[in-house]
Ligand binder design. Structure first.
Ligand code: TXA
Ligand code: MG
Length: 353
């Protein structure tokens, strides 16, 4: 564990002129230090992507295995070409995706350029590129003049932080600065896509991680092909996978079980259960075995509201002293529900499996 230090929280309001704060954050990054920076999805733990020693600190502070590569955050879509070689046959597709979804919660995995240090990509031939819609991350990358390599600002395998207090709980004392712009507006990590050619040689994308840009939205603008089979051969630009998408991830410290909103759920004697319900009105929510109940989108249920609140509610339930174990209601796997079920399934996975 790196040496303890005081973590300063610098509040920013992106509606005002924040350039001084971005310059301050960029100056720390230029010295090889780490800064937590908000994006619209979750807070990121940023380092200068071109400084391999600083990036090594990201892995150390997060206790993240080195096989799990980082996303490079860019100030604008044109900057992709500084770190990635977009193959000729995928240019049109990449331009369409960039025009449609950037700045926004989309990450593209593309063949990398040699200027990207090996440690950023875990030695893979590809680099993950993202242009967030959050002005803070783009502003810091612009002030730094290099891409910012930033994974979610949590310890490895834990719940991603969607607010500055959540970052402090995860990494307080290990980093010098958190830029605090309030709660994240999307709440779920970006959709990760690998542009590729389908079996007929037509441009398509493979979804490596479900996220706020849903499969349905993607299908409106491009072809979406199936993910590579589990245990498929090693990563290549033609057949990439997301090495960090482990079975157990996004995990609270308490055991979490998934259950249908219709039940049945059989409580174990002596265990105090907290329920994370979608609308708070299901058959499951009406059982009398819950010592605590939290709803993701009370009333009629909106997936977008549930997505924004999911990680904050998981964190609140994890911190609730009366609760020994968490039960989360299964969500409809359409639209944003697919990304939320992906996170909940990993949170529920046996950590020793
Ligand atoms: O919304 C987000 O994407 C947030 C914010 C901070 O940008 N970042 C984030 O980073 O979720 P992280 O490190 O928690 O997750 C990044 C995922 C990992 O699962 C990693 O395996 C995958 O991106 N990844 C990174 N580079 C890759 C590459 N070259 N090929 C395939 N997957 C890659
Ligand atoms: Mg993460």
């Amino acid at each position: 564990m790196p040496a303890q230090m005081e973590t300063r929280v610098l509040e920013i309001d992106p509606l005002e002129d924040c350039r001084a704060a971005y310059r301050e954050a960029a100056a720390l990054l230029a010295e090889g230090q780490l800064v937590a920076i908000p994006t619209e999805t979750v807070y990121g733990l940023g380092a200068d992507a071109f400084n391999a020693d600083a990036v090594a600190q990201v892995f150390a502070v997060k206790e993240r295995p080195h096989f799990d590569p980082l996303i490079c955050h860019l100030p604008n879509a044109a900057a992709v070409h500084e770190i990635a070689d977009v193959p000729e046959e995928l240019r049109g597709l990449v331009d369409t995706l960039a025009a449609e979804f950037w700045p926004g919660p989309m990450t593209l995995v593309l063949p990398r350029k040699a200027c990207v240090p090996d440690i950023v990509t875990s030695g893979l031939p590809t680099v993950a590129c993202r242009v967030t819609s959050h002005e803070a991350m783009r502003g810091v990358a612009k002030a730094l003049g290099h891409p910012v390599a930033a994974p979610s600002a949590n310890r490895f395998g834990h719940i991603s932080p969607t607010s500055a207090p959540a970052v402090l709980k995860e990494l307080g004392g290990s980093i010098p600065l958190v830029l605090d712009a309030g709660a994240c507006s999307e709440g779920l990590e970006s959709t990760i896509l690998a542009p590729c050619l389908d079996d007929k040689g037509n441009p398509a994308v493979r979804i490596l991680r479900e996220g706020p840009i849903t499969r349905e939205k993607l299908r409106e603008v491009c072809r979406v092909v199936k993910a590579a089979k589990k245990g498929a051969q090693a990563d290549t630009p033609a057949a990439p996978n997301a090495p960090g998408q482990l079975k157990s991830h996004y995990a609270p410290s308490k055991p979490l079980t998934l259950c249908s909103p219709f039940g049945p759920f059989t409580p174990q004697p002596g265990v105090r259960y907290g329920l994370i319900s979608y609308k708070g009105e299901s058959k499951l929510a009406q059982m009398d075995c819950w010592v605590e109940k939290m709803s993701l989108s009370p009333g009629s249920g909106r997936l977008a509201e549930a997505a924004v609140r999911l990680f904050a509610v998981m964190r609140a339930m994890d911190e609730c002293e009366e609760v020994d174990a968490i039960v989360a209601e299964e969500l409809p796997t359409v639209g944003l529900g697919a990304a939320m079920m992906d996170r909940l399934t990993r949170a529920a996975a046996d950590r020793n499996a």
